[in-house]
Design a protein around this ligand. Structure first.
Ligand code: PLP
Length: 421
């Protein structure tokens, strides 16, 4: 089969494809595989019961049911949901947004594809004529960005600085000293909390990036798929804000609705209008399912209470249990864990690991544990840096006894590898 450049690029081995293959196959196989690789959220009974109850009410109401399955929404989604969300963001966070600043997409992954390619790639001639890039101020950064550009050399990124902390922990910071934003930058983008590390950039770092973006006349895309205001998987002190140079991307996935594919973009009206045009071409309209299921939660503000009182404590507890197990099991080895400040991952750094992180992934897969090799998480960072081959990402969102079993297998394997060296 002969394919276009587009066809070739988008069918080549992408990190996100193998990750989602692993995830899908493991979740579907029913085999005894311990899935600590993907970003599937855990199953939280309180969330499930709120959604089940709402779905039942929709099914019992002929008008709502018809809207659920039988009506195209406008290109950027369910207007009632968008109105409720604008009101919630206004009233509870004081964000100066109206429904004109909000658009829904089929998952935030597709929002990133559209936004990235709206701001980076080839620009029309004249003074602006140039190839622009998405700048990631700090890697490691989300694997799902890596292959989302329609053109080559789509990302430019920076190494972080590393702060070593007590108890075998460490934390990445944006290296502002070496962060340059050239003319060729189309937008800045950072995830908060960061997938894969669980890092939460500080309020000061966020304010500084926001200032730099405005100074250089480019938007700051802030990926809050795990963050504020919902699902609120942030364990450190962090606040959030929005201004019309920021493009804040949220998602319903990590709250517990990944199958509904609902992403939320909050941005300047011009960005939302442009996104509506792209989304109409790609999708006609955004699916209604997630928005309709979550409508009452947003309208009543219950989504914030669920995030604060149920979802966040659940992940915090799981993260603390996983960290304690690793600290004990790996004691004596040259390992470090990124300070878990949010999301649902632990990022482990094995200094001087005798094999590559990808080889470690292969060894663990043979033992029935799926993790993700860290080397995928450095999009746009072409320089050789041994750190890129020394880290792995572990998801702790699934059943706690399975996670504990998986961690024990990881501990035993890593011990064996270091002892052989
Ligand atoms: N952003 C980050 C940091 C993620 O980890 C993910 C998914 O894992 C996404 C965005 C995309 O999520 P979704 O398309 O389900 O909204």
């Amino acid at each position: 089969m002969k394919l276009s450049k587009f066809g070739t690029k988008f069918t080549s081995d992408a990190g996100i494809t193998s990750l989602m293959d692993d995830l899908g196959n493991a979740m579907a196989s029913g085999e005894d595989i311990i899935m600590m690789g993907g970003g599937n959220p855990g199953f939280i009974p309180e969330v499930e019961s709120a959604l089940r109850e709402r779905l039942q009410r929709i099914c019992d109401d002929p008008t709502l049911f018809r809207k659920l399955v039988g009506v195209y929404d406008p290109p950027l989604g369910d207007t009632a949901f968008i109105k409720s969300l604008a009101k919630l963001l206004n009233n509870t966070l004081g964000w100066p947004v109206s429904e004109k600043n909000i658009g829904l997409t089929n998952g935030s992954q597709s929002a990133f594809f559209m936004l990235f390619n709206m701001f980076a790639g080839e620009y029309e001639g004249g003074a602006e004529g140039a190839i622009k890039q998405i700048q990631l101020p700090m890697t490691p950064e989300y694997i799902g960005y890596a292959d989302a550009g329609l053109t080559e050399a789509f990302f430019r990124s920076n190494r972080p600085t590393i702060e070593l902390l007590d108890d075998q922990l460490f934390k990445y910071h944006v290296d502002f000293e070496h962060l340059t934003i050239p003319e060729s930058t189309g937008a800045l983008c950072i995830s908060r909390p960061t997938n894969p590390t669980g890092n939460v950039i500080t309020d000061q770092e966020l304010t500084r990036l926001d200032g730099l973006a405005r100074e250089h006349g480019v938007p700051l895309i802030l990926d809050c798929a795990y963050g504020l205001p919902f699902p609120g998987l942030i364990f450190s002190d962090a606040s959030s804000y929005w201004n019309d140079n920021m493009i804040v991307c949220l998602s319903l996935s990590k709250l517990g609705l990944p199958a509904c594919r609902t992403g939320i973009v909050i941005a300047h009206e011009d960005v939302i209008n442009a996104l509506a045009g792209v989304n109409a071409i790609l999708n006609l309209a955004t699916g209604s399912f997630g928005a309709m299921l979550a409508a009452d939660l947003v309208d009543s503000g219950q989504i914030l209470a669920l995030s604060d009182n149920v979802v966040r404590p659940e992940y915090l507890r799981k993260s603390q249990a996983a960290v304690a197990r690793l600290q004990k099991g790996l004691s004596g080895l040259p390992f470090r864990i990124h300070k878990p400040e949010g999301a649902m991952f632990l990022w482990l750094w094995f200094d001087g690991l005798p094999i590559s992180s990808h080889e470690l992934y292969e060894c663990l897969k043979k033992k029935g544990v799926l993790i993700v090799s860290g080397h995928y998480f450095f999009p746009g960072l072409d320089e050789d840096w041994s750190h890129k081959r020394e880290c792995i990402r572990i998801t702790y969102s699934q059943d706690e006894s399975l996670v504990a079993r998986g961690l024990d297998i990881i501990i035993a394997e890593v011990r064996k590898i270091y002892s052989r060296a």
